[in-house]
Design a protein around this ligand. Structure first.
Ligand code: SAH
Length: 284
């Protein structure tokens, strides 16, 4: 299978932080009554930051999302209260205002509250909305950035996000607006004409509509496209295709969310840079 998970349990991180010359006192104190809004990275537990691991080992409550990778919650203190706030997995989904309210209530009870999200909390993860509510409620908070799927996922697929000879710019966009439809406030023509590489989050559902808009705006039907599903996890799947046939190919391959879609010539580097492949064949 695919990925070598470098840290199978929290022991590895704990030992780095406590037994090496790494100074845990250099870490900011996680005080009661504070909320830390942290990103857990795209899935592989090895991609969480030391600051996030530190927070997991100190939090009284962890309110976590569906996209927090397997193995990461095991790093939480055994006494910590773990609250699932995800919107997947067949479980009833808590409403966004309820989630934010619970963060405020826990903080007011004097708890150390860790709000843990997949990827980076400020990238298409409603972290900005949650932080605004905390600010309005006068709750002290810290933002802990994480590796976002549109960066980490490409790295694990062997696709350089930028390359000097190919793209001096990248566009990140969401294919799913607040209304549930393709976002209307995206200027698709401007993106099609001006962005050499487009990285799309939450784009599977509306991929037919999005590709149609890009093609209508003059994007090359033969342009390389990659769909990276369950990026950085052992079951990561990468489909390489072309813009004009990516919808049909994705359906035929049964590509499932979560997935990022990359459009641009940098996708072609994967032929040479798929560093996971030899490991897949040779074992971890
Ligand atoms: N805050 C997250 C994004 C949340 S929006 C981040 O920074 O990564 C959810 C979308 O993120 C998914 O629909 C998918 O497009 C992308 N995503 C998150 N984790 C992913 C993963 N492991 N593999 C592929 N895509 C992922």
């Amino acid at each position: 299978m695919a990925v070598c998970l470098l840290f199978k349990d929290s022991y590895f991180i704990t030992s780095i932080m406590e037994n090496s010359s790494f100074d845990t006192n250099a870490m900011p104190k996680f005080l009661g009554g504070h909320v830390w809004l942290a990103g857990a990275g795209p899935g592989d537990p090895g991609l969480i930051t030391l600051l996030c691991a530190h927070a997991l080992q100190r939090a009284d409550v962890v309110v976590y999302d569906a996209l927090v990778g397997p193995g990461i919650m095991e790093m939480a203190r055994p006494e910590a209260e773990l609250k699932y706030a995800g919107k997947r997995g067949g479980k009833p989904s808590p409403k966004q205002p309820d989630i934010t309210l619970s963060l405020i209530e826990y903080a007011r009870e004097g708890k150390r509250v860790l709000r843990l999200k997949g990827g980076d909390p400020f990238v298409f993860g409603r972290g900005g909305e949650e932080a605004m509510r905390l600010a309005e409620a006068g709750i002290p908070f810290r933002i802990v950035p994480g590796v976002t799927a549109g960066v980490g996922g490409l790295a694990y697929a062997g696709i350089p996000l930028t390359h000097r000879d190919h793209n001096p710019a990248v566009t990140f966009l969401t294919g799913h607006g607040a209304s549930g439809k393709v976002p209307e406030n995206i200027n698709w023509r401007a993106i099609a004409e001006g962005s050499p590489v487009i990285v799309m989050y939450m784009a599977l559902k509306h991929l037919p509509n999005i590709t149609e808009k890009l093609l209508a705006a003059g994007r090359d039907p033969d342009e390389p496209v990659a769909l990276i599903s369950r990026a950085t996890l052992p079951e990561q799947t990468v489909l390489e295709t072309r813009l004009s046939r990516c919808v049909a190919d994705a359906a035929a391959a049964g590509i499932e969310p979560p997935a990022v879609v990359v459009i641009g010539s940098v996708v072609s580097f994967r032929e040479h840079l798929d560093w996971l492949k030899p490991r897949t064949e040779g074992g971890c």
